[in-house]
Design a protein around this ligand. Structure first.
Ligand code: NAP
Length: 228
């Protein structure tokens, strides 16, 4: 049994990760902005025999992240999934950018995973895994226009995970970024290629087989290495 912490757990790919880890018998700390509003997740928790608990956490806010992590107790965390993310403007902003929005996007997508990592770091031992949700649009090899704030934020997140991997190597922590695929969620839309379950299954399998040699890498949901 593993102790698993998941941000943005109320919907999308993160909700499927909650269900998958529960099905494996793991203990799941579901972190989300609005526990009272997450009907589907509360239903999962209610039937989990105490294995899934909900904890309020807005990854954009220092105090909320500290309080949310503290609310989960002091158990060691084996897998930390940084899933919470926002896309910001979907229009190209090359000619006119809303920089207040850019700050929000970076605050959630880059500062957020860093805050969450720091809050749980005292509870990450040797072999603990930090899996942060990046995106193919954050790779320079992916020729996708628009979404400038989002793609730049994900590129920053990928690089941040390299720093986390290098800085925690001596402690045995494994940190990676993963592109979850184009997924049928509120963010990905109904025309996307993968169901949230398919994406979550691939990423959970990847998390399970991570080795220290893989730390710092950027992977696809199916476990393949993603070009930067
Ligand atoms: N779907 C895709 O095709 C795709 C492709 C590439 C990368 N990704 C990445 O994969 C991750 C999951 O995406 P998804 O498709 O599952 O998205 P989604 O269905 O839109 O869900 C986004 C999740 O992030 C949470 N969130 C947003 N801001 C937050 C904050 N400040 N604090 C805490 N939680 C916050 C949301 O919580 P609320 O319910 O409180 O809003 C929600 O649970 C994201 O990082 C996304 O960038 C997705």
């Amino acid at each position: 049994m593993a102790n698993v912490a998941i941000t943005g757990a109320g919907r999308g790919i993160a909700l499927e990760l909650v269900k998958l880890h529960l099905a494996k018998g793991d203990r799941v700390f579901a972190l989300l902005r609005d526990p009272d509003g997450a009907d589907a997740l509360r239903g999962v928790a209610a039937g989990s025999g105490g294995k899934v608990t909900l904890h309020a956490m807005d990854v954009a806010d220092d105090a909320s992240v500290r309080a949310g992590a503290a609310d989960t107790g002091d158990a060691a965390i084996d897998v930390l999934y940084n899933v919470a993310g926002v896309s910001g403007s979907t229009d190209s902003e090359l000619e006119s950018a809303n920089f207040a929005d850019w700050l929000d996007v970076f605050n959630v997508n880059v500062n957020g995973p860093m805050r969450v990592f720091q809050a749980f770091l005292p509870r990450l031992g040797s072999g603990a895994k930090v899996v942060s949700f990046g995106s193919q649009v954050g790779a320079s090899t992916w020729p996708y226009p628009g979404y400038e704030a989002y793609s730049a934020s994900k590129a920053a997140l990928h690089r941040l995970m390299v720093s986390v991997a290098l800085g925690t190597k001596d402690r045995g922590i494994i940190a990676i970024s993963v592109h979850p695929g184009w997924v049928q969620t509120d963010m990905g839309g109904p025309a996307a290629e993968l169901t949230p379950l398919e994406s979550a299954q691939g990423i959970a399998a990847l998390a399970q087989r991570l080795t220290p040699e893989m730390s710092g890498g950027f992977y696809k949901w199916n476990g393949e290495t993603h070009a930067w």
